[in-house]
Design a protein around this ligand. Structure first.
Ligand code: ZN
Ligand code: ZN
Length: 289
């Protein structure tokens, strides 16, 4: 079991990149390859959580399971397909104003393009996430994600649809506008999606030096601390490079936060059903944190 807990993250990342590279070379569907390996990672995490949890009490629902599943359904069934369909149309519309740029690192090796895209996309996601913690209106949106008082795999999909769209618009859309080829963007997804599938896992995964590369569940646990001075750290989406650069990296260490949850509740309806939380931003009490 300890070998599985040590190898789950690196093997998942390598399997995802391998499946992507195979599909790209053979003319297969790169999207299906990445989706398939992500689902295997997700399923393995959900299965392992029942058998070897980091915190057994986090396996017990606290009236939050319906919110987590509904959020998952809305993101996977509506928000993501809408963004996938609408993003190219938005980019084409913006081209009417700005003209089409020369192309992103055209002529460079695929690995160089992939590395550059990973760094830029993660930079956008890092700052969007950090702003969601410092701007009251954005914190209100982000509170849905931090409202859970336990950490387990499904928390990964507990995200306000508007927050999801904002993050997409400010991190990936500029790269699409810049002419980043679709396979490079998918390569970035292949690299980072396994990390995100495991980021909230209730598992005692052993990451070692990978804690200095990926935003692992051990690091992300600190980010979900119910104490602000502990939680204002580790904003990285899948990589920790920008936390290191901007001084917000907190090592995993031997300890873990004493309490998981919101550190600034204000009038946010944290215990209300999913749709009440989602729509609360349109109500007068919004953003009074
Ligand atoms: Zn956060
Ligand atoms: Zn999180």
């Amino acid at each position: 079991m300890s070998l599985l807990l040590t190898l789950l993250l690196p093997v998942s990342v390598l399997a995802s990149l391998g499946a992507f590279a195979w599909a790209r070379a053979s003319g297969g569907s790169m999207e299906l390859a990445v989706l398939g390996t992500s689902l295997v990672t997700l399923g393995t995490a959900l299965w392992l959580e029942r058998r070897h949890p980091y915190h057994p009490d986090w396996n017990r629902p606290r009236g939050d399971a319906a919110t987590d599943w509904l959020s998952f359904a809305v993101l996977a069934g509506a928000v993501q397909p809408l963004l996938k369909w609408g993003s190219p149309l938005v980019v084409l519309a913006v081209y009417q104003w700005t003209g089409k740029p020369a192309g992103f690192l055209s002529g460079q090796p695929f690995a160089v393009q992939l590395l550059a895209v990973a760094l830029l996309a993660e930079l956008g996601k890092y700052w969007v996430h950090r702003w969601h913690h410092s701007v009251p209106a954005l914190w209100w949106l982000h509170a849905l994600h931090h409202g859970s008082e336990r950490l387990y795999t499904l928390n990964n999909f507990r995200v306000h649809p508007l927050e999801y769209a904002i993050k997409h618009t400010l991190s990936l859309l500029p790269l699409m506008w810049w002419g980043v080829p679709a396979d490079v963007l998918l390569g970035y997804v292949a690299l980072t999606q396994p990390v995100q599938m495991l980021q909230h896992a209730n598992l005692p995964l052993r990451h070692g030096w990978l804690n200095h590369v990926f935003s692992t569940n051990a690091l992300h646990r600190w980010h979900h601390s119910g104490l602000r001075h502990e939680g204002d750290c580790n904003f990285g989406s899948a990589l920790v490079v920008w936390d290191k650069v901007f001084g917000t990296y907190r090592p995993a260490g031997q300890q873990a936060p004493a309490r998981i949850g919101l550190y600034s509740v204000g009038s946010y309806p944290a215990n209300q059903p999913f749709f009440r939380q989602v729509l609360s931003m349109f109500q007068p009490a919004c953003c009074r944190t």
